[in-house]
Ligand binder design. Sequence first.
Ligand code: C2E
Ligand code: CA
Ligand code: CA
Ligand code: CA
Length: 274
Amino acid sequence: AKRRGKGQVTIFKMALLDTVSRRVLLEQALHSALNDDQLEVWFQPIVDLNSGEVVNMEALSRWSLAGEFVPPEEFINIAEITGMIIPLGQQLFDKVGCALQELRVEHPNLQCNINLSVKQFRDRNLFTEITSCLNKYQLPTSAFHLELTESMVVETETDILPMMQKLVEHGLKFHLDDFGTGYSSLDRLNNLPFDTLKIDRSFVTSLGMGDDIMARNIINIGNELGLNIIAEGVETQVELDRLMDLGCSQIQGYYFAKPMPLSELKDWLYDKQH
Ligand code: C2E
Ligand code: CA
Ligand code: CA
Ligand code: CA
C-alpha cells in the first residue's frame, strides 16, 4: 500500500459502488477484519498549554481495506448497527492497554481517552472488560478515560447513570464529547458524573473566524460546573490564541499533532522531550 500523510483518511474507491452494495461489502469485510484482528488504533496527543505536557491522548480506530482507509465514522456506524462494536471495543481496549503499558515506562503519567458507543455502554460485561484489561497491563484505573458523546447521552433510552457510577467509583473518568452539538439540558448533564467537557471542533472553527459565542459559553459552563475543558480540532494559531484568552488550556488538534500509529507516537513524544 502506498504511504499516505499522517492521519489522512483518503476517499475510498468503493465510493463508486451504490450505497447498499458498499454497505453489504463493508459489513462482511469488517466481520473478517475483526476475526483476523486487523483493526489498528492510532493516537492523538492532548496538550496542556500551561505545562507544555501531553496530558493524555485519544485512541482512534483505523481500518484499512485493500490499501485504503475506511472513514471511521462509516465503519463505526456499521459496527454499532450490527453489534460488531462489542468485539471492536474489546480489541481496542486490549491494544490501548498494551500501548499504554509500554509508553508509561518513559511517560509514567500518560493516560488515554477511549470512545464508547451506546451499545457498548448497555453491555453488561463492559465493566469487567475494562477492569480486566487494566489489570492485565498493570495499569491504574486512572489510565483510561471514557468519552461519551453528548448526542448519545441525550438519545439513549437506557439509564446510563448506574454504569457510569460503577466505573467512576472504580476510578475511571468520563469526558463529554462533541459538547454543544447535542441539545442536552444542563440539569441532566449536571446530574451525570462527567469530569471533562470536550468542545466540538465546529465551535473551534467558528472561534477562528471571529464567532466565539459557543466556545465562550461552553468554557463558562465548564468552569461553573467545575469541569475540565478540552478543545478539539484546533488547527491554527488564531484558534489557539482565542482559546487561551477564553481560559481553555487543554488542546487537541492538528495544530500539535494528527492521530498517528504507536511507533510514530513514540518518536513524536521523544522529539518533544529533547
Ligand atoms: P471524535 O470522537 O469526535 O474524534 C475526533 C475526530 O476529529 C477524529 O476523527 C480526529 O482524527 C479528528 N480530528 C482531530 N483533530 C482534528 C483537527 O485539528 N482537524 C480536523 N479536521 N479533524 C481533527 P476520526 O479519527 O476520523 O474519527 C471520527 C469519529 O469516529 C470519532 O469522532 C468518533 O466518534 C468515531 N470513532 C473513532 N474511533 C472510534 C472507536 O474506537 N470507538 C468508537 N465508539 N468511535 C470511534
Ligand atoms: Ca472522541
Ligand atoms: Ca469529538
Ligand atoms: Ca465528532
